[in-house]
Design a protein around this ligand. Structure first.
Ligand code: PMP
Length: 384
């Protein structure tokens, strides 16, 4: 339960990737076995363009994981600067805004690359925009902000239209400011209602800031996590910038994997149908956790949890100062959880009150027992 990994039966849904050889000729005649195609095969770009609602020309398909694309955007920006601007490393210190609780690997990239982080509290509509607007207007060292706009990790928040509009339009002291828009859970609904989030690229273009956002997505939790395909979508200027750098780093991505994925995922309707099969496997596990929490923690003061409409996580909120102790007690009982504090920059949850629950990987039986164990660990921590 420590990471949001798909369960084996979810991975089985894409076993056609294994069984059907895709051939090696792309639609335009490209031999996918050979070098080249830095921006990805045309049919892979068209597929992600359709999925993300972006023209194919503004999409690059590269790598097997979107996190590596995010990492590279940051490294290229540090070393060479974004289009028309000095390298970020020549403008030290560099700061990123980090909505919290958030995704630990985003924060790990910043920490590893020497980027300072500022916590931004999340609301039910998205990041606290009054605070964001105030900070970015006043401090030119703030060069970027992490955003997981839909079914955020771990809070399950979907950014409202107003939040998207304000992020796109806000005045930033740094002219080379970027939104790293990680659309990791765009298709990962848990409820019957499929929630939507406004297009950040359209909002940025409408606000006169067309280069502000870079969108990331992947098939990691659609097909196979680790052997999927990833995509980056952005303005034409940002795509040209990316391609200039990525063409130095590599002579081209794994196009056979791109072909396999195009054959499997085909179009939006096929992806939606596949995601419905994921949903049917995941929903009972989320429901089992929620039922145990309701049964054991429903009447406990200061304890709450999210009931997400999508994504991979439940955020269990404990009374202040009890998350670490609960995770330690759960470990003694044989339940491994994400370390308390991981959802905060530098691993420091100032209130020590958030525990990220990842119900996807264990079986339904295991997850039910584990949720009961976590609830009992929290009750023990409270009673101590
Ligand atoms: N972004 C978020 C918000 C995630 O939760 C995850 C997976 N846990 C990723 C990115 C990783 O995506 P990928 O496999 O494409 O690197």
């Amino acid at each position: 339960m420590s990471r949001g990994k798909p369960a084996p039966e979810q991975l089985d849904l894409s076993n056609a990737l294994m069984e059907a050889l895709p051939g090696y000729k792309a639609a335009d005649g490209t031999d996918a076995r050979n070098y080249g195609g830095t921006v990805g095969l045309p049919e892979a770009r068209a597929l992600f363009g359709e999925l993300l609602g972006v023209p194919a020309a503004q999409v690059v398909v590269d790598s097997s994981a979107s996190l590596s694309l995010m990492h590279d955007v940051i490294v290229y920006s540090l070393l060479s600067g974004v289009p028309g601007h000095a390298p970020w490393i020549a403008q030290q210190p560099i700061t990123f805004l980090c909505p919290v609780p958030g995704y630990d690997r985003h924060f790990a990239i910043c920490e590893a690359r020497g980027i300072k982080m500022i916590n931004i509290p999340m609301t039910e509509q998205g990041p606290d925009m009054d605070l964001v607007e105030r900070l970015v207007a006043a401090d030119a060292s703030i060069k970027g902000m992490w955003c997981v706009p839909k079914y955020s990790n771990p809070g399950g928040v979907v950014f409202s239209d107003e939040v998207v509009r304000r992020l796109a339009a806000m005045r930033t002291a740094a002219p080379d400011f970027r939104l790293l828009w990680d659309d990791a859970y765009r298709f990962h609904h848990l409820g019957e209602e499929k929630r939507a989030c406004a297009s950040i690229l359209d909002a940025c273009a409408a606000a006169g800031n067309p280069d502000r956002a870079i969108v990331f997505a992947s098939s990691s939790k659609i097909s196979w996590a680790g052997s999927g395909v990833a995509a980056l979508a952005a303005s034409p200027a940002n795509i040209a910038w990316w391609t200039g750098h990525s063409g130095i780093r590599s002579i081209g991505p794994d196009k056979i994997n791109q072909l396999r994925h195009v054959r499997l995922l085909k179009d939006s309707a096929t992806v939606e149908a596949l995601m419905e099969r994921h949903r049917l496997l995941l929903k009972p596990k989320f429901d089992a956790v929620l039922a145990q929490f309701e049964r054991l923690l429903g009447k406990v003061d200061g304890v709450s949890w999210t009931r997400p409409d999508g994504g991979y996580f439940i955020d269990l909120v404990t009374p202040n100062g009890m998350a670490k102790r609960t995770v330690a007690l759960a470990k003694e009982a044989g339940i491994t959880l994400t370390p308390a504090g991981a959802a905060y920059p530098y691993g420091r949850d100032p209130d020590d009150s958030h525990i990220r629950i990842a119900p996807s990987f264990p079986s339904l039986d295991e997850i039910t027992k584990a949720a009961e164990g976590i609830a009992l660990a929290l009750l023990t921590a409270i009673a101590e």
